[in-house]
Design a protein around this ligand. Structure first.
Ligand code: NAP
Ligand code: F7E
Length: 326
């Protein structure tokens, strides 16, 4: 039985990856940070099947101790401060988690688990103000936020440690991926939750930022499969993971409101408070290397993804409404 260590196991991707690794009969150890109240909502269904250890990307010794103790075969470094707007409000902390956190993980691996295979969660936000379209593994980076800059550090230090110390370290450059477990502040979930609240009478309007922005949105459940496949190859490498199709926030609004027979124009208010100091206008990925080498392709398309998310939020918000009525 292989052992996998997953940082960020309480997040969207961590929970889908833990589902996948359990299906593949791994021993799954999730690293969680100590909070005054547990936030195990996304992994509640797995708590009997995974092990949890306390550690923090800010604390080097905790990472070394965990790796020495559990002796992982594979390490998936998914933990980060992942919300782009917060990276302008807390830029130094973002650098500590999202950039230096990666080298702390790599140093711990080098000292305590040098034969473990390592996955780094890199991001399409590194392409930012894009140099070419679509973006592939060779497209130069031009990050547009403290988050994007921190991810560029995480990406290059992973490549550098692979080349310097002959580690099996891979970097997955993942484009946006979403699901019913997505955090409520990200645009897809903000919209699908807002649609459910409006449809069920809990709110009237939805305040949005730049609705012209375009993203390449896929399903998180499909994307974690690509992470796993990267670590099963003979050689470590870097891969772009994307659907190859870009949609605008406006198209997202049309689909999500349309799914419950509402007209988004009657409910959406553009609010300059949600605009970013520097925007990433248009991202679309070329995942042909992943298709060729990993045999990876997304299964769930954008329409299906948004319908799934609206349906899930209708059920969730519906339960709140029903509980209030009791
Ligand atoms: P998420 O839902 O925001 O989850 C982030 C996770 O990181 C949470 O489990 C969080 O723990 C943990 N974390 C944050 N700071 C930590 C620290 N100092 N020590 C230990 N754990 C810490 O993010 P996600 O969407 O699953 O994304 C997973 C990774 O992929 C992130 O690195 C993100 O930047 C990257 N990424 C995401 C996307 C995407 O579209 N989703 C695309 C490209 C790359 P708490 O629960 O305690 O807060
Ligand atoms: O924004 C626009 C916003 O916050 C998408 C993270 O997982 O993916 C994510 O980063 C777009 C942007 O994701 C609102 O301006 C308009 O252009 O859902 P988002 P993101 O910034 O692309 C990458 C790949 C990651 O790595 C990150 O960790 O939507 N937008 N109006 C809005 N965005 C938000 N959040 N809220 C709005 O009201």
């Amino acid at each position: 039985m292989k052992t996998a260590l997953v940082t960020g196991v309480t997040g969207q991707d961590g929970s889908y990856l833990a589902d996948l690794l359990l299906r593949k009969d791994y021993r799954v150890v999730g690293m969680v940070r100590r909070l005054s109240m547990e936030n195990f909502g996304r992994i509640e269904h797995l708590l009997d099947d995974i092990e949890l250890v306390q550690g923090d990307l800010l604390d080097q010794m905790s990472l070394i101790d965990i790796m020495a103790e559990i002796k992982p075969d594979e390490i998936y470094n998914l933990a980060a401060m992942s919300f782009v707007p917060t990276s302008w409000k807390q830029p130094v902390l973002t650098g500590e988690f999202t950039a230096l956190g990666v080298i702390r993980m790599l140093e711990a691996l080098r000292v305590a688990a040098p034969n473990a295979r390592f996955y780094q969660a890199s991001s399409s936000e590194m392409f930012g103000k894009v140099r070419e379209t679509p973006q592939n593994e060779l497209t130069p980076f031009y990050p547009r936020s403290p988050y994007g800059v921190a991810k560029v550090y995480g990406h290059w230090i992973t490549v550098n440690y692979r080349e310097s110390y002959n580690l099996f370290a891979c970097s997955g450059i993942l484009f946006n991926h979403e699901s019913p477990r997505r955090g409520l502040e990200f645009v897809t979930r903000k919209v699908t939750d807002g649609v459910a609240r409006i449809k069920l009478g809990l709110q009237k309007e939805l305040r949005m930022g730049n609705i012209a922005a375009k993203r390449d949105w896929g399903f998180a459940g499909d994307f974690v499969e690509a992470m796993w496949r990267m670590l099963q190859q003979d050689e470590p490498d870097d891969y772009v993971i994307a659907t190859g199709e870009a949609r605008s926030v406006e198209e997202l609004l049309g689909l999500a409101f349309g799914h419950v027979d509402l007209d988004w124009r009657e409910h959406v208010v553009v609010d300059s408070g949600f605009l970013r100091p520097a925007e990433v206008d248009y991202l679309v990925g070329d995942a042909s290397k992943a298709k060729r080498i990993l045999g990876w392709e997304p299964e769930i398309g954008f329409e299906e993804l948004i319908s799934m998310m609206v349906d899930a939020d209708m059920e969730l918000v519906g339960r709140t409404v029903a509980a209030r009525g009791r």
